[in-house]
Design a protein around this ligand. Structure first.
Ligand code: 5GP
Length: 181
């Protein structure tokens, strides 16, 4: 059961997506990836910190041979995306070269993080690249990026839970909550 509202660091959030809704959609994406990558062995790149929970559920929903590694790209603090990407930590060219890569993101907001990371990834010569993002703020997108697997398109409102934080808190909440007006 979701609470009718929660407070994190003094801010009020209201229920948005329940753990049941999330689990159902993650299962569907897992099946879709399993079909699309049949006979292949993709490498999942889970973007820390936010995507750890989605990644754990998504790879269990994928019934194919695969591997996973975790990377860090984030430069996000507070409620607004700064659009500044720091260095990519945890990835070597030899991990990626010739691999069918599926990036696992928690949320794509402006798209700057992904559009800055994709060229860096391309230099590592993967065989193919796809993006799976649990949430996409479609109206906030400022970059032309292809997202092959979208969990939910959501409005331009700050969300927490299921791995997503507000200043470090709220990642453990099993459901997703949206900032109250
Ligand atoms: P972008 O570069 O696409 O604008 O931002 C991507 C990153 O911003 C995400 O990986 C995430 O860390 C952060 N972000 C964007 N919107 C939200 C949000 O509503 N909630 C939280 N917790 N993080 C967000």
């Amino acid at each position: 059961m979701m609470k009718d509202h929660i407070k994190v660091h003094g801010l009020a959030f209201r229920p948005y997506l329940s753990q049941e809704q999330i689990a159902e959609r993650v299962g569907e994406i897992g099946q879709q990836i399993s079909r699309d990558y049949e006979g292949k062995s993709p490498l999942f790149l889970a973007v820390l910190n936010g995507a750890f929970m989605f990644a754990a559920d998504l790879i269990r929903a994928c019934a194919i041979d695969c591997s996973i590694t975790f990377i860090r790209l984030s430069s996000y603090e507070g409620l607004n995306s700064s659009g500044k990407l720091k260095t990519v930590i945890g990835l070597q060219k030899e991990d990626v070269k010739g691999q069918d890569v599926i990036i696992i993101e928690d949320i794509v907001d402006t798209g700057h993080t992904m559009s800055e990371f994709l060229p860096q990834l391309a230099e590592m010569e993967p065989a193919s690249v796809a993006i799976a993002s649990l949430l996409v703020k479609t109206e906030a997108l400022e970059c032309d990026i292809d997202i092959q697997y979208t969990g939910f398109e959501i409005p331009m409102k700050f969300v927490i839970g299921y791995g997503l934080d507000y200043d470090g808190r709220g990642r453990n909440i099993p459901d997703i909550y949206q900032l109250a007006d």
